[in-house]
Unconditional design. Sequence first.
Length: 88
Amino acid sequence: MSMPNLSDLGALAKTAKTYGLDLGERVLATFAVATGAVLTTATAGNVGHASFWQAVGAGGVAAAYSLVKGVLAKAFGDSNSASLIKGV
């Protein structure tokens, strides 16, 4: 088994950091848009008991929120990424 090239460790660390930032942003954004979608489509009395069509509507609203987030990320983040974090 060969030893890893130590000159590649810096690039590996940068890649791992970028991956971690991107993954963290995606997880937080998914939580935010899914929660917002459920609260948008459900009425006060049935947040925990949504009908099939309310659940489908929540999925559609979450997708629309994600689209808006991606468009905003292009304007405020890196223009070649859907991330709000610059350099990701």
